[in-house]
Design a protein. Structure first.
Length: 410
């Protein structure tokens, strides 16, 4: 693969020093690096490296980017998340100017992977949606070897995020035109997290015991793993406004069509802020639908163990669906994630799923997983020193290659 010297423009990254470390690696290899900071948090994590601070609004950004591309002969732009407001003009103008766009996102498989694709991720991924293509290509690939594990603590991740948002207090002065992608303000988010995590400390042991008892009981049950209300996967890539709508939709179908002896387990997301009272929402639904005693709500618990013994998993588009497929459990999606393929997920209505669900094709999933690993996943992480070092080292090879890993497979 070619390693011609390239000119990289870095836009917004995760709220950690990852982009700065990746840029350092590219510069060490002889490439030129440019940066636009859109907020004080961006500037903080970029450090003293050279950058342009953009203080304008979104309306002018496309022209500014066009000037930057042409002035510095930009060949590639690097960004985290393809739905952020400041990234939408970059995606559009990049195509016009034939600038390659590299999009990072959380890993499709976790915890030791990050996602790196060209032009888009999740529902915008360039991955084919043909199961036969995965069958064919997957036969030529091996499972990834030499995976380097690392520990990424929540405390370190929280520290990076807090520093980012504390710096953001300067945005009205230094970056007056900045429009955040976050739907909830940082003070409210932190206050909610403190309250919920304090509560979890008190009930974690109880919730894990409840989950274990359910698994051991032999009672047939289905699993609905909740996603974050703030997640772009819900806000943009689904027809639901929030998880309340998802819960109500799924429980209405469960009450109408699920076997009478079955239960449904609704498990909260580990990073939920606790701003929505899911327990009350679920209990209200139970009463209205006359399914009292058939719904188990868990704030915590081992998701893999719950999925492994379940009758099936219903999800909107969470990576928990990948967990279900990996465990060989019937899976139905309420949106259209990359793994929603005939042979993997159940291609039927939710009402039919409760009684007609079928297991995924294990061999197809094995090939699908090998393709995803080769085409989109990079060993590393965004939130701790060792993970960041790994991701920077491994991503640099993908960023500088003439063809992306997916293009090679295609």
């Amino acid at each position: 693969m070619s390693r011609a010297k390239r000119n990289f423009l870095f836009l917004q990254g995760p709220s950690t020093p990852f982009f700065a470390k990746l840029a350092d690696r590219l510069k060490t290899d002889g490439h030129r690096v440019f940066r636009i900071n859109f907020s004080a948090g961006d500037a903080l994590h970029w450090g003293l490296r050279s950058a342009r601070n953009y203080r304008g609004g979104l309306a002018d950004l496309r022209n500014v980017l066009d000037e930057k591309y042409r002035k510095f002969d930009i060949t590639d732009q690097v960004l985290f998340g393809d739905m952020r407001p400041v990234h939408q003009p970059a995606l559009a103008q990049g195509k016009v100017c034939e600038v390659r766009t590299h999009v990072f996102e959380e890993g499709y498989f976790r915890p030791h992977w990050v996602t790196l694709e060209r032009d888009g991720v999740n529902s915008h991924s360039l991955l084919p949606r043909d199961p036969e293509w995965f069958r064919d290509v997957g036969t030529t690939l091996q499972a990834p070897g030499n995976v380097v594990p690392f520990q990424s603590s929540f405390q370190v991740r929280a520290m990076h995020d807090v520093l980012y948002h504390v710096a953001g207090a300067l945005n009205p002065v230094l970056f007056s035109g900045y429009q955040t992608h976050a739907p909830i303000t940082a003070p409210l988010e932190y206050a909610a997290y403190l309250k919920r995590f304090s509560m979890l400390k008190l009930i974690r042991e109880r919730e894990h015991r409840r989950a274990k008892d359910l698994v051991a009981s032999g009672v047939p049950y289905y699993v609905l793993p909740l996603q974050l209300n703030t997640d772009v996967q819900i806000r943009v890539h689904s027809r639901f406004a929030d998880m309340r709508e998802v819960i109500e939709h799924v429980l209405e179908s469960f009450a109408r069509s699920a076997p009478g002896a079955a239960k449904i387990v609704i498990k909260n997301h580990p990073l939920d802020m606790g701003l929505m009272n899911f327990n009350k929402i679920i209990r209200d639904c139970e009463r209205q639908l006359a399914i009292e005693g058939r719904v188990v709500y868990l704030e915590d618990g081992n998701l893999v163990a719950l999925v492994r013994r379940s009758q099936g998993v219903v999800t909107v588009n969470s990576t928990a669906g990948m967990v279900a497929l990996e465990e060989g459990r019937p899976t139905l999606t309420l949106s259209d994630p990359i793994y929603n393929l005939p042979g993997l997920t159940c291609q039927m209505s939710l009402d039919d799923f409760w009684r007609r669900a079928h297991n995924p094709d294990a061999e197809l999933f094995a090939r699908f997983r090998r393709v995803l690993m080769a085409a989109t996943q990079v060993n590393g992480g965004f939130y701790c020193r060792s993970g960041i070092g790994l991701a920077a080292e491994n991503s640099s090879r993908v960023l500088t290659a003439e063809r992306s890993p997916l293009e090679v497979l295609l």
